[in-house]
Write a protein that binds this ligand. Structure first.
Ligand SMILES: NC(=O)c1ccc[n+]([C@@H]2O[C@H](COP(=O)([O-])OP(=O)(O)OC[C@H]3O[C@@H](n4cnc5c(N)ncnc54)[C@H](O)[C@@H]3O)[C@@H](O)[C@H]2O)c1
Length: 288
C-alpha cells in the first residue's frame, strides 16, 4: 500500500466482475445532483482522490448524489490528470495538496472555505508509508520511515481537524479511513497496522475535544478493495480472496457502500454518534 509510483490497480473482483461495481471509471461519468437529499446544501471537503478507484472518489460521488457541494483534493498534477474529469462531473473544484509540504493543508482549507463560505464535513482518505518499510517487518522499521507514515496517514487528520474546526460554525463531521489491521495483526499490512491503531485512537481524542463544538469524528473501516494504495500491499489479491471467503456476506464491499456509510455519518441521521470506528466490510471483522 501507499506507494504512489505503484501502477494503478488492474484487479477484478473474484467473481470476475469489474472492481468498481457500476461506477463509471473512464470518460466523463454523469452524476445527478440531488437538491433534496440528506446532504442537500451541505458543504464538504474530500481529501485524497487518486483516480476513480479511490475511496475518496466513492465518498465524493455518494455525497454529491445526496446533495452536497464539494471541494476535492489530489496529491499533485500527475494525479490531477486522472482525477480532473471526475471532479468536473461532480461539479467540484479540484485542488492539489501534499500533506508533507508545509502550508499545503492550510492553503487547501483556506481555498475550500473561500469557495464554500463554511464547512459542514471533511473526509480524510489518505495514507502512505515508504514501500521498503511497508514490505519489511515492523520489527525492522526505521524511526524515520515510521514517522513519515504517521505524519501522512495519522497526524494529517489532527492538522486537518485543527484547520477545519473554526469553519464548522454550526457543527460538522470529520471522517477518516482505517482498516481492521489496526486492531488485529494482518499479514503484509506491516507498519500500517500500528499507524491505523493510532489513527483510531486519534479519532476518539478528536471526538472528545471537538464534541463541545458539535463536531463529530469517526473512522470508517472498509474491507479490502482494489485501489492504487492497496496495490502496494504484498499479496493483496489473496487478502481480498480471504476476506470474501470469510465474510458473512461472502463478498467484498463496494466503493458505493463505503461512500454511503461516510455520507450517512455526515448527515443529520447520525447526529447522536461520534468517536467510533465503524466497519463496512461485509461483516469480516465479526468472524475469527
Ligand atoms: N483500499 C482498501 O482496501 C482500503 C481498506 C481500508 C482502508 N483504506 C484506506 O482508505 C484510504 C484511501 O486509500 P485508497 O484505498 O482509496 O487508495 P488511493 O490510492 O486511491 O488513495 C490514497 C490517497 O492518499 C494520497 N496521499 C498519499 N500521500 C499523500 C500526501 N503526502 N499528501 C496528500 N495525499 C497523499 C494519495 O495521493 C491518494 O489520493 C487510506 O487511508 C487507506 O488506508 C483502504
Amino acid at each position: 500500500m501507499y506507494n504512489l509510483d505503484a501502477p494503478g490497480p488492474s484487479h477484478h473482483l473474484p467473481d470476475g466482475s469489474p472492481a468498481l461495481n457500476g461506477i463509471h471509471v473512464n470518460g466523463s461519468a454523469h452524476h445527478a445532483h440531488a437538491t433534496h437529499g440528506p446532504l442537500a446544501g451541505k458543504k464538504g471537503l474530500v481529501v485524497g482522490l487518486a483516480n476513480a478507484h479511490s475511496i475518496a472518489y466513492g465518498c465524493a460521488q455518494q455525497a454529491r448524489a445526496q446533495g452536497a457541494d464539494l471541494v476535492l483534493s489530489c496529491l499533485n498534477d500527475k494525479a490531477r490528470s486522472f482525477v480532473q474529469p471526475h471532479a468536473d462531473a461532480l461539479q467540484a473544484p479540484l485542488l492539489n495538496c501534499n500533506v508533507e509540504q508545509p502550508g499545503d493543508l492550510q492553503t487547501l482549507v483556506e481555498q475550500a472555505v473561500a469557495h464554500h463560505g463554511h464547512l459542514d464535513f471533511v473526509v480524510h482518505s489518505i495514507a502512505w508509508a515508504p514501500l521498503e518499510e511497508l514490505h519489511g517487518s515492523v520489527t525492522d522499521s526505521t524511526g524515520a520511515g515510521f514517522a513519515r507514515a504517521m505524519q501522512v496517514s495519522c497526524h494529517s487528520l489532527a492538522e486537518l481537524a485543527r484547520l477545519c474546526a473554526p469553519h464548522m460554525r454550526a457543527g460538522g463531521s470529520i471522517i477518516t479511513m482505517s482498516y481492521q489491521g489496526a486492531s488485529q495483526a494482518i499479514g503484509h499490512y506491516g507498519l500500517m497496522g500500528p499507524v491505523k491503531a493510532a489513527l483510531e485512537s486519534l479519532v476518539r481524542y478528536l471526538a472528545v475535544e471537538l464534541g463541545p463544538k458539535g463536531i463529530r469524528v469517526h473512522a470508517v473501516s472498509p474491507g479490502p478493495i482494489p485501489t492504487r494504495a492497496a496495490s502496494g500491499i504484498a499479496e493483496f489479491d489473496s487478502l481480498m480472496e480471504q476476506a470474501q471467503a470469510k465474510s458473512p456476506l461472502q463478498r467484498l464491499v463496494t466503493l458505493e457502500e463505503i461512500g454511503a456509510l461516510t455520507a450517512f455519518l455526515c448527515s443529520a441521521g447520525a447526529s447522536g454518534m461520534t468517536g467510533q470506528t465503524i466497519f463496512v466490510d461485509a461483516g469480516c471483522h465479526a468472524v475469527a
